[in-house]
Design a protein around this ligand. Sequence first.
Ligand code: BGC
Length: 396
Amino acid sequence: MIHQRVPAILFVSLVFSACAGTGTGAPASVDPGRVEASRRNPFLDVNFFLNPEYVENVEATAKAFPSEAAAIRKVKQYPTGLWLDSIAHVANVPLWLDEARKQQKASGKPTLSLLVVYDLPNRDCAANSSAGELKVSENGAARYRTEFIDVIAAHFKNYSDLPIVVILEPDSLGNLVTNMNIPNCAEARDVYVNSTAYAIQKLGLPNVSIYLDAAHAGWLGWDPHRESVIKVYKKVLKAAGGTDMIRGFATNVSNYTHLYNRDGAALESSDPCYNELVYVQKLAVGLADRGVRNKGFIIDTGRNGKGGIRKVWGHWCNIKGAGLGERPRAAPGPFPFIDAFFWVKPPGESDGVSDSSQPRFDPECASNESLQGAPQAGVWFQSYFLDLVRNATPPL
Ligand code: BGC
């Protein structure tokens, strides 16, 4: 899935420049519960839901590799994102949340689930490995609303006792900034914006904290790209009802960009954001300058523990040599606006199939920096998981 294209000549979309209105402050109509929810870090003072299916995959791997079982089993204590990547998988919501409720009851502490909502029409529009089921040309926008978002929202209403975090549609708005030269993305431009606004409105319940995807340093780090994506966010938030409709932004989802080092300086010297923390800081300042204030950030640290693993920043598929990164936790610092480090992409799940004869093959997954033998996106890739464990930094 996570796609990124660093164009040789920066392609800066001016498409949204006319839409950078200033009026994205919360209108009087925003529910006070929503405003309150947008002001606090939902990751504080909670336990994290542990997905039994993920735990099973880890346990099966531990059994298969007894000499490394002790390190492998440590992974089971950390939460991972729950991906809603198809209409069919919406049926998982009550299963996950029933289980979260059990975990909450057992621990006596609020138990937070993090869901990734990921089924826009023309999904993964600039790549192929995570191409979705809905198409703009086949009534996808309407189906996204009625068969996907509305159904998720109806489920959420039955779990008002549970804290829920939603990350909306990884990659989508970033693609609107750098990939409008690709017809599949150009076709989806308005649908991405309107569908995201709709999802924010429908899923924005008092116990649900919403984060928009904000790509990563190696994709939108350049000043003009950050400017452009902020314009896109403002447009989406205006349509959704104001900046108080969301808690913040999620970065590095399914990517590998290091938190602290200077990898980026070697990979793309023209990018001022040479690591993910620099990127988040610059993005937060840019957003605040444009009236999107008090936002929190989630950084996906599932696979960015080890630096120096890529020669091409734009490579994104099952990158060899990657290691688990910082452990999921709330308010990790060093910047006050980071709500959490979290393993959003479940470490060990594939980014895309490496066999060119298979459906949804994307040549990126056969790149010289990608581990071969990879199954379809989202499927457990045991040898990749083992490498993540072996290369974990800090170690498990
Ligand atoms: C895939 C999804 C999967 C997710 C988490 C995405 O790349 O397209 O199907 O659930 O990764 O592994």
